[in-house]
Design a protein around this ligand. Structure first.
Ligand SMILES: *[C@@H]1O[C@H](CO)[C@@H](O)[C@H](O)[C@H]1NC(C)=O
Ligand SMILES: *[C@@H]1O[C@H](CO)[C@@H](O)[C@H](O)[C@H]1NC(C)=O
Ligand SMILES: *[C@@H]1O[C@H](CO)[C@@H](O)[C@H](O)[C@H]1NC(C)=O
Ligand SMILES: *[C@@H]1O[C@H](CO)[C@@H](O)[C@H](O)[C@H]1NC(C)=O
Ligand SMILES: *[C@@H]1O[C@H](CO)[C@@H](O)[C@H](O)[C@H]1NC(C)=O
Length: 153
């Protein structure tokens, strides 16, 4: 088949554009209304530069959950680290929950109640999802004292 070269170039450029559009990370802050929180969560006070957008959600309610429905092929959780027992569990569409450790283990005093001291970063992710609607499900990791949510990507 003969394809005019300008058409071929246009096609190549279109494909390149399509793939950059298809693979794009969008960061959702913990304050985004699309995240559904159960009762018992609160928002950190003040502004902390180590949190995405300066704040995070937190709870010590072991029955607390948060869900986020999105369309895409991957999902990640971002959080800073704290010098005490903080973590969460995450799963997608009912998959068995995976623990996410959000503790800075370089601190050895477990009674320390200091603010987060390591900048927010991707701590967990699930890739290879079908390009359709999914629900990220966040729940309490029972061995921890606190659960937090800083950002979803
Ligand atoms: C997922 O589907 C949407 C809408 O159909 C499309 O715009 C997007 O490029 C697709 N993404 C991937 C990674 O295939
Ligand atoms: C999205 O973020 C993840 C985790 O940081 C990274 O592995 C991936 O390459 C990023 N994807 C794009 C398209 O930037
Ligand atoms: C999140 O989804 C789980 C599993 O479907 C459900 O048990 C829980 O009540 C939901 N939480 C919220 C805040 O919607
Ligand atoms: C703890 O979480 C459960 C489940 O979402 C909720 O029913 C309960 O009211 C919460 N307790 C408090 C004190 O917020
Ligand atoms: C934390 O990391 C983000 C990128 O993930 C960066 O934009 C920000 O400047 C960093 N903040 C600090 C205080 O290092």
């Amino acid at each position: 088949m003969f394809v005019p070269s300008h058409l071929l170039l246009a096609l190549v450029l279109f494909r390149a554009l399509e793939s950059t559009l298809a693979d794009r990370n969008i960061t959702i802050d913990d304050n985004d209304g699309a995240i559904k929180y159960s009762p018992g969560w609160s928002v950190s006070s003040g502004f902390n530069a180590l949190d995405y957008q300066g704040s995070h959600h937190l709870t010590d309610n072991k029955s607390a959950t948060a869900n986020f429905t999105f369309t895409g092929v991957a999902v990640y959780i971002m959080a800073p680290l704290w010098p005490f027992a903080v973590g969460a569990q995450a799963g997608v569409d009912g998959s068995s929950p995976v623990a996410i450790d959000m503790q800075d283990h370089t601190h050895t005093d477990p009674t320390e109640q200091a603010p987060e001291d390591v900048n927010t970063t991707v701590l967990w992710g699930m890739e290879g999802l079908t390009n359709s609607s999914h629900t990220l499900q966040i729940s309490f990791w029972s061995i921890e004292d606190w659960m937090t949510l800083d950002a979803i990507m």
